[in-house]
Design a protein around this ligand. Sequence first.
Ligand code: FES
Length: 216
Amino acid sequence: MSNPKRETTTTRRGLLGVATVGLGATIGGVIAAPVAGALLAPATQEATFRPVSLGPIGAFTAETGFAPTAAPYVDDPNQPLVSSGLAYVHHTGGADRDWLSPRAMFVVFSNRCTHVGCPAAATTAGFACPCHGSQFDARGARIAGPAIRPLDRFQWEIRKGDELWITQRWSVLIDGDRVRYFPVKAPGQPLTGQLPAADALYPAVTYNHGPVPKTG
Ligand code: FES
């Protein structure tokens, strides 16, 4: 014979259990959503490239042959330890202050190897990476080793009369004399021929940027 009091208690317990599970799920969702968002954020948010001065242009114009000048910079003055970088400034002998001109005064390379990001060093013929042997010619195009694309380049301009500033960073593909520019990709990340979803597999390094430069 059934016991109405016991059934009522059991039903209450059941309802409380469902309510507790529901509340727990809700709280869990409230907590988990921001955590998941924080975890996903690095893959979806774009950084902002802060224009930075590399110094007076006179510091870069004494180059003869191919001997680009190393120019350290700090992207974020508030986080110098994690935002420092090294640009290589190549003085072409050209006189044009338009960075996209065929006679542009400078080509400014990133020293970050496009294999897995070791610092490449300038040589008399281009750049060499000490980690796994990638080599790049004087245009920054890969000529040997496991790197899959050329060295990134910096957009530059001359400000305050004679200061060389880097104002944006681009990944590039080089086809003869033609350079094609792309939003910055991670080391090891291809620029073309990939599924769009594959971008989610790489850390986000693309900067907020204006129109991609068109050349050639
Ligand atoms: S990081 Fe440069 S060759 Fe591997």
